[in-house]
Design a protein around this ligand. Structure first.
Ligand code: GDP
Ligand code: IMO
Ligand code: MG
Length: 429
């Protein structure tokens, strides 16, 4: 059985927690796009884990965790994540990295930062992790794949060319920065090669065998639908396809093998970085939610922008990804709100839209059409089942489910592993 899990808004919906919940029953978890711009939090009895590159199933030794071909891997960050896990007594023997995955090279974060600075007021608000420049080089066919680490002669020749002919001229002439010495860079990467060697494999036969044996496979989405390179608020997006299609090309799983797509949503909306956000709250309510929800980026520590739940965004995510089951997370953060608003659609120049407008200049200026609902004003963190939730809370969940067009079968009532309310049949059961 293959399940794709996608973020349904602008990221940080609580995907890590849902993946951890599903990974208990899964045989394999695969990351298929993005890189260490992602930050997925899992909280267990052993404390908090924040995964950037390593799949969030790694805490279950029975679960094979694959960093798929579509991910861009910064070897420095991956090695650090591996050693941090080891320090906490977790041996990542179940980790495999596709030899087809591209690398974020030493110069990519620098170019990310320099390009952002050059954009001035039009900057995107990237994570400065080099994700965009690494994907750009992949497409320009001057990227380095993880498997290249195992070919010293090839690395030597190509690194000399890319650094000398492509990167250094731009660094020196355009940005007035010192050039890179490709030879010392080569030495550095050969060190990473040694350390990463036990994890690097061709993942095609491994994933195909799991499919043949009808194993339970979970594709762990990073980022989210509204950050999708094609369907998000371009150019205020990431440089990969976090939608369901990207999960397939980024892993090598054929569409005919997919059984279910799960969409993960936050009970309100947050966004890090710039770009349109129609239901944004720039008032006291937004500040309250940010404080109560500790809404500061996992990767960069930046305050997240906060807004009401946008059902037009979520409905778009449901339709684009073919979401069959939805998870609504962080509902407890709304516990103390007396009134809640849900954005049901938008108005722009006399027209009503029930989905995000492709033209972002228009999207930026559209007016949200809100529905108001009474809050529940009590703590839900101890709820064990659907009936334990206050009536107003159940009404909110049901209305959200109706508006987005997908059944909400998982509800997050707190950060801990056990703070989940489920209803209906559960995926992988
Ligand atoms: P991801 O990127 O989608 O995996 O989400 P992040 O880990 O970046 O951010 C989600 C945050 O919410 C993390 O700090 C989680 O521990 C936390 N979290 C997840 N589900 C819930 C929930 O239902 N309630 C609360 N209060 N926190 C949650
Ligand atoms: P997870 O997987 C939230 C945002 C950045 C920026 C834009 C482009 O934890 O949900 P990039 O560095 O990717 O070129 O930045 O995308 N962004 C995320 N926002 N959660 C994420 O991942 C994100 N990954 C990238 O803030 O606006
Ligand atoms: Mg995150």
């Amino acid at each position: 059985m293959v399940i794709i899990l996608v973020g349904g808004q602008w990221g940080d919906e609580g995907k890590g927690k849902v993946i951890d919940y599903l990974a208990e029953k899964a045989d394999m978890v695969i990351r298929s796009q993005g890189g260490n711009n992602a930050g997925h939090t899992v909280i267990t009895e052993h404390g908090e884990f924040k995964f950037q590159l390593i799949p969030s199933g790694i805490l279950y030794p029975h679960c094979r965790c694959i960093i798929g071909n579509g991910v861009v891997v910064d070897p420095i960050v991956l090695l650090k994540e591996i050693s941090q896990l080891k320090e906490r007594g977790i041996e990542p023997n179940n980790l495999i990295v596709s030899e087809r995955a591209h690398m974020v090279m030493r110069y990519h974060p620098l170019f990310d930062q320099l390009e952002e600075e050059a954009r001035g007021d039009d900057r995107l608000g990237t994570t400065w992790r080099g994700i965009g420049p690494a994907y750009a080089d992949k497409i320009r066919r001057i990227g380095f794949r993880i498997g290249d680490l195992q070919k010293e002669g090839f690395m030597r020749k190509k690194l000399a060319f890319v650094v000398e002919q492509v990167k250094n001229p731009v660094l020196e002439k355009l940005y007035g920065k010192p050039a890179y010495d490709w030879e010392s860079m080569l030495d550095e990467y050969l060190q990473y090669a040694k350390q990463l060697d036990p994890f690097i494999r061709d993942t095609f036969p491994i994933i195909q065998e799991a499919l043949d044996q009808e194993k339970k496979i979970l594709l762990e989405g990073a980022q989210a639908t509204m950050l999708d390179l094609d369907f998000g608020t371009y150019p205020y997006v990431t440089s990969s396809n976090p939608t369901a299609g990207g999960a397939l090309t980024g892993s090598g799983i054929p569409p005919t093998k997919v059984d279910l797509t799960i969409g993960v949503f936050k009970a309100y909306t947050s966004r890090v970085g710039y770009g349109p956000f129609p239901s944004e709250l720039t008032n006291e309510i937004g500040d309250q939610i940010r404080e109560r929800g500790h809404e500061f980026g996992t990767v960069t520590g930046r305050p997240r922008r906060i807004g009401w739940f946008d059902a037009a965004v979520a409905r778009y995510a449901v339709k684009l990804n073919g979401v069959g089951v939805a998870a609504l997370m962080r509902l407890d953060i709304l516990d103390d709100q007396p009134m809640l608003q849900i954005c049901a659609g938008y108005e722009f120049r006399g027209h009503r839209y029930d989905h995000p407008i492709a033209n972002i200049s228009h999207y930026k200026h559209c007016t949200p059409i809100y529905e108001e609902m009474a809050g529940w004003e009590e703590e839900i963190g101890k709820a064990k089942c659907w009936e334990d939730l206050p009536a107003n809370c159940r009404d909110y969940i049901d209305r959200v489910g109706e508006l987005i067009g997908a059944p909400i079968q998982l509800v997050g009532t707190g950060p801990r592993r056990d703070q989940f309310v489920t209803r209906g049949p559960q995926p992988f059961d």
